[in-house]
Write a protein that binds this ligand. Structure first.
Ligand code: SAM
Ligand code: SF4
Length: 335
């Protein structure tokens, strides 16, 4: 990402922060749009493929992007489901770039060889790697590892920044070290996120053998590796918060004393064009159709929860709660 792009993003973030501080109309600088719920995998912890398969046609996607721009959004994450199963994903990405967004794309990369050109205009690629082949296949299915590391190397060779998201499903450090060694040799970074539970887009629960103490110690180990300079995209504040999280079976809760920036600083849009403060609140907060309503007046200003350890949401929240110690570089790694 070049400097002018950084500057534009920085400005949008600054405006968003100001609106949040002054408690004025929401001015989100970032949005995630799930282009589809459909997927070519059935990962053990993900419920997205079982949700409504309908998608906005391209003309509506264009309108949606105009609305998001109008709200102040400059950073757009294209997520899913699996975006590459959408035939017109190349047109969706082009549309997002034409609208002037800094665009990231999340993909399991299984269709990478067939859809290589889709990535040409993309600014940042997120993929999924839960550890070595055995751990990854256990979590995500037999064919889920095929070609992924090759695709990551190819993307890095094309000059694309790549972040692999690792869902933490054990308290062992081997998958962490495997990923960090792989990341160092191939030139990508790793973002670790706890397995989150109890919301519409996820399924399943944590392995019964996992204890909070064991998980806190795992996160402390990841934090130490971050301080040692290993290629970890997750921020230090985020890793500190994970290493202090009290109950990993509760991903989010309502603390009346706390304030969450979801809906004000960032938002989530599902494949039918319904907006929610964040992906975790889908099914818990009232949907707002962005094609029909204005988020600024429709968003009630409250979120169903105010504290969470959900990977991307916690990172975004830290940008609002600890802005002075968060750097612009953080904008590069958010989903
Ligand atoms: C929903 S997927 C969409 C993109 C693409 N299909 C993929 O798997 O990379 C986005 C990320 O959420 C992660 N994810 C899915 N279910 C999760 C859960 N219960 N807790 C934490 N992360 C989860 C996935 O592993 C993936 O890295
Ligand atoms: S995590 Fe990604 S690849 Fe796995 S089922 Fe969910 S959307 Fe599909």
């Amino acid at each position: 990402m070049g400097l002018p792009d950084h500057a534009r993003l920085g400005l949008a973030y600054g405006m968003s922060l100001l609106a949040w501080w002054t408690d004025s109309a929401p001015r989100p600088f970032a949005a995630s749009f799930a282009v589809t719920n459909r997927c070519n995998l059935r990962c053990s912890y993900c419920n997205t493929p079982f949700l409504d398969p309908r998608e906005l046609p391209l003309a509506d996607v264009r309108t949606l992007f105009d609305r998001l721009r109008g709200l102040g959004v400059r950073r757009l994450g294209l997520v899913g489901g699996e975006p590459l199963v959408r035939r017109d994903i190349d047109a969706v990405v082009d549309c997002a770039k034409q609208a002037g967004f800094h665009v990231s794309l999340n993909s399991n990369l299984l269709l990478y060889q067939r859809r290589r050109e889709v990535f040409d205009p993309v600014d940042l690629v997120f993929t999924s790697l839960d550890g070595g082949p055995e751990v990854h296949r256990r979590n995500r299915g037999e064919a889920s590892f095929d070609g992924v590391t090759g695709a990551v190397r190819d993307l890095v060779g094309r000059g694309k920044p790549v972040i692999a998201i690792a869902v933490v499903t054990s308290d062992a450090l081997e998958p962490v070290d495997f990923l960090l060694d792989e990341a160092e040799s191939a030139g990508f970074k790793v973002h670790f996120q706890p397995q989150c539970t109890d919301t519409e887009i996820v399924r399943g629960g944590l392995d019964d053998r996992l204890t909070d103490e064991g998980l806190r110690s795992l996160w402390t180990g990841i934090l130490r590796r971050k301080r040692e300079g290993r290629p970890i995209a997750s921020s230090t504040h985020y890793l500190e918060a994970q290493s202090r999280w009290s109950d990993f079976r509760v991903s989010a809760w309502l603390d009346p004393e706390a304030r969450c920036a979801a809906g004000r600083g960032f938002l989530y849009v599902d494949p039918q064009g319904n907006a929610y403060p964040c992906a975790y609140t889908k099914g818990k907060a009232q949907p707002v159709s962005l094609l029909e309503e204005d988020w600024r007046s429709a968003f009630p200003g409250r979120t169903p929860c105010t504290r969470c350890n959900v990977g991307p949401m916690l990172e975004f929240n830290l940008l609002f709660q600890r802005p002075l110690s968060s750097s612009l570089a953080a904008l590069d790694r958010l989903e």
